[in-house]
Design a protein around this ligand. Sequence first.
Ligand SMILES: Nc1ncnc2c1ncn2[C@@H]1O[C@H](COP(=O)(O)OP(=O)(O)O)[C@@H](O)[C@H]1O
Ligand SMILES: [Mg+2]
Length: 457
Amino acid sequence: MESIRVRLRFLSYPHVSGIILPSALVTKLQLRPRQKIRISLGKREVVATIFQDRRNQEGNVVKVTSMLKTNLGIPHGGLIQLKKEGETLRIGPAIGIVTTGLKQNARQPIGQRTSFFQKLLQAQEGKGVFYFIFAPNEVDWETNRVNAWFLRPSKQGGYIWKKMNTALPDVVYDRIPSRSAERHEAVQEFKLKLANYSTPMFNQGFFNKWGVHQLLYPNPEVNEFIPETYPSPSLATVRSLLRKYPIVYLKPKNGSLGYGIVKIVHSPGKGYDVSYHNGGGNVKRRFTTLSALYQHVFRTRRASAYLAQQGISLLTFHGRPFDFRVHLHKNLQNEWVVSCMAAKVAGSGSVTTHVRTGGTVIPGDELLNYLFGKQKGLMKERVSQAAIRLATAIEQAKGMDLGELGLDMGIDTHGHVWMFEANSKPGRSIFKHARLKQADIESRNLLVDYSCYLANF
Ligand SMILES: Nc1ncnc2c1ncn2[C@@H]1O[C@H](COP(=O)(O)OP(=O)(O)O)[C@@H](O)[C@H]1O
Ligand SMILES: [Mg+2]
């Protein structure tokens, strides 16, 4: 049966577990007055009696007694959904975002990341969901309850954070902040326990570049987008790549934000140029032999933690290479959609396009329009189609639920599309751009939509 949107209110009846519905809704949900029924919220379930609202036969206001509210752990009233599933009446969906580093501070419950999470939760408006943030160690597995932070409208306008006890949710969005937080015992234990609950959790863990390469390179559906790559590169490996390609990139397997990335360019007859960012700025040096260059690079870096990759000659904008951050989401129908395509233009002398090293963000549309004019739609479509094929392939190969991906993709000087990296916990810094606000909202809405899909609402 499909879900029905209702307005939830509470009645002060501490000794009756009951739910009062307009008679039209009782009929629609195929319920009977006075019937005892199992009611669930997230992973909690209790028995309650169905009552018919004599005064309101139509309408969508549903009243729940305070006893039922407390027993189920219903956090608040307002717009929400009811769904009959077998012999159970579900209230929800309850969507929990799991993260670490929570504080007992109602002003900044997630510390410096509070505004990031506040924006995510604001997407609940008009959706009819319970949406909250919680830490792995705040779950009570005996009672299926969790202490969680909710964002509620305040009387003065704006929002306040409120900590409330509620049911373990229907679906969990994994926002554990880092690989090191991921290794904590509390996080590991939480994930193991949740796996026994048949509770979907999406975007689990972090990808590493070599792992993703191994999944995608052999796949004929997407192979054309993946640069040739080798792990733990020896001098011989780098040499053989440079025989095939004029540019080679060296990248840490678990890197991010451009840290540790090295670019090698071979100019026949002249030597080998190496460029990287060393904290202070962009460095460029020329070596006459590749072995001297290799020794220089791996004097301070571990080759076993690196990949060597075919370098792509990126298209340029005002003489600077650019690529794209393509942000993808699953929607309510479980289909991939591109929510944002932002071009990132490299800073002067930088080997990557990160803002950290002088790069700038421009809406993808604007840059493509500037470069391709009428052909812009074609290029945009080419990148989007590639991104959707890649996202589909990654999800299939990983065999886990993914609701969101941030792909780093480029177009080479022949117009061919490439993917450099897939992020399972994409940052949202591109959305700070004034002309990507709509995309920002769209992206946060889609997270709720996909959660509703996974929660089966
Ligand atoms: N093989 C490559 N050829 C050309 N440019 C590359 C290549 N690999 C990476 N880059 C550039 O460096 C940036 C960062 O690389 P990426 O693999 O995304 O690492 P990080 O995890 O540090 O973001 C890319 O967005 C792209 O601009
Ligand atoms: Mg990247």
